[in-house]
Design a protein. Structure first.
Length: 278
């Protein structure tokens, strides 16, 4: 009697294909990635607003380029609550301590002495920042540079009301991003032109670069998921953390050659197979 082939895991892939990301095409990345994941999984795509209603019928929910949750925070919190209550497998795992939980982690990492752009949120702590003529002010619940302002030093005290983060405006050489699946490094990309954040090129990590990035991945403690460590190269050559994206990091897969792109997809598939067997 012929045996049935093993059932393929059912995966709900959450994406907003119409989100107008500045300098990026979310839809192209997710169309490509979804087509590759279909090689191993039975896959359905849905908008983030529909995820809570649909997720119970799947073995795992993969949150990808779903856009900032600021525009649908109540629905996102309902999705999280439903997932945690039912034990649904959400990828990335919902235990993230970084952007998934807001920007408080930048304050916590600053206080703990990690190599981050120094960050405070109160007027009485401004003396902890290096003195400069300009400061970056951004909402604690911000995303995708929404609400970010460059403020001159003379107006800084009025902004420090506890609802925003304040950082010195760093004259960095370039930005670089390190991409991980689970706790494993996959590739790095950098923006040689500081005025063109999303015109990225492959980057070969130098001495100490991977140790820098791995330190934040280990701190965050997500066992299953994709994370992006964004950093800037300071004038003294030190890398400083800009952001640890652990919710739905854009991957810039179009900046990779076929070999590296295929290697990333293989790592993601292997991670998802392990995840659905948990």
């Amino acid at each position: 009697m012929p045996t049935r082939p093993p059932a393929r895991p059912h995966v709900l892939y959450v994406t907003d294909l119409a989100y107008p990301a500045r300098g990026r095409r979310y839809c192209d990345e997710d169309i490509h990635l979804a087509s590759r994941l279909r090689e191993d999984f039975d896959l359905a795509l849905c908008h983030p607003l529909d995820a809570a209603a649909l997720m119970d019928g799947f073995d795992a929910v993969v949150v990808r380029n779903s856009g900032p949750v600021l525009g649908y925070r109540a629905e996102y919190e309902a999705f999280r609550e439903h997932a945690l209550r039912t034990g649904a497998r959400v990828y990335n795992q919902l235990s993230g301590r970084a952007d998934m939980a807001g920007k408080q982690y930048l304050l916590d990492l600053t206080a703990a002495g990690f190599p981050v752009i120094p960050t405070v949120d109160r007027a009485e702590d401004l003396d902890r920042l290096p003195r400069t003529d300009r400061y970056v002010v951004k909402p604690k619940l911000g995303a995708d540079s929404i609400g970010l302002e460059i403020v001159p030093a003379g107006r800084l005290a009025a902004s420090a009301d506890g609802s925003v983060l304040i950082q010195p405006c760093v004259d960095f050489s370039y930005e670089v991003s390190f991409y991980f699946v689970d706790h494993d490094f996959q590739y790095a990309l950098h923006a040689p032109d500081t005025e063109k954040r999303w015109q990225l090129e492959p980057y070969e990590p130098g001495p100490g670069d991977l140790e820098f990035a791995q330190r934040f991945i280990d701190w965050n403690g997500i066992g299953h998921g994709i994370q992006r460590v964004d950093a800037c190269r300071a004038p003294d050559g030190e890398l400083l953390l800009v952001e640890l994206e652990d919710l739905n990091p854009y991957l810039s897969l179009d900046a990779l050659d076929d070999v590296r792109r295929d290697a990333f997809v293989a790592a993601l598939k292997a991670s998802l197979h392990r995840f659905v067997r948990m």
